[in-house]
Design a protein around this ligand. Structure first.
Ligand code: ATP
Ligand code: MG
Length: 208
């Protein structure tokens, strides 16, 4: 089964791969809602959850959990969702994570595949500030996610894109980290296997 629920793709059609990047510190139901919705709406064969090694927009501002641990958490989050996979390309590459490098690598690894880069509407507005923005635009179809029917930011003028509406879930990794830290409930926001993995490792100050 593919993320969009059909048994197999037409062998003459290019493989359709979603590229969903994030820090995933930790992954939560908001991420899952996006990945499942985009996979379904765009009939993607695979959705890669690309774990940022060093999220350059965040590093230095907030402490980021080691990438190997975040990879393990995403592996738990996608387990059981057909076609959804954790992708360690950026972690193996090391250093700051640039989407242009990742798309280039995926193009080499999957020749002929159609790549779909999934970005939140907040990130969409700043796409032209990303490193090698022209490559980002050329190597994948940009997919902007709007939340709950509210139109958010859009890519710069002339940047082709699709828009997918996802259910609005006011969940963020930042809030979840602070909930783990002070013992507030997380069970409605994070998958049980991720909760267990966080607790087993004592992440985010839980169990202190
Ligand atoms: P933090 O609070 O640490 O910034 P986050 O919850 O925003 O974490 P990220 O890993 O930064 O998680 O997000 C990866 C992608 O998922 C981004 O494109 C972000 O816009 C999107 N995203 C995160 N949370 C939600 C949500 N609740 N609904 C829709 N999109 C989300
Ligand atoms: Mg964020």
């Amino acid at each position: 089964m593919t993320p969009h629920g059909s048994a197999a793709s037409d062998p003459d059609e290019p493989v359709r791969i979603g590229v969903f990047g994030g820090t995933f510190d930790p992954p939560h139901h908001g991420h899952l809602a996006i990945a499942l919705e985009v996979g379904h709406r765009l009939r993607l064969d695979r959705v890669l959850w690309v774990v940022a090694n060093d999220p350059w927009q965040k590093s230095g501002r907030v402490p980021v959990t080691p990438a190997s641990v975040r990879l393990a958490l995403v592996a738990e989050a996608v387990d059981g969702f057909a076609g959804h996979e954790v992708c360690d390309l950026e972690v193996r590459r090391g250093g700051p994570s640039y989407t242009a490098d990742t798309l280039e690598e995926l193009t080499r690894l999957h020749p002929g595949a159609a790549l779909f880069l999934v970005v939140g509407s907040d990130a969409a507005e700043g796409l032209d500030t990303w490193k090698r923005a022209d490559d980002v635009r050329a190597l994948a179809t940009t997919v902007v996610v709007d939340r709950g029917g509210r139109q958010g930011g859009r890519p710069p003028l002339g940047w082709p894109h699709l828009v997918v509406d996802v259910p609005a879930l006011e969940i963020s990794s930042s809030d979840i980290r602070s909930r783990f830290g002070d013992g507030r409930p997380v069970e409605a926001l994070v998958q049980p296997r991720v909760v267990a993995a966080v607790r087993a490792r004592g992440l985010y100050g839980c169990g202190r």
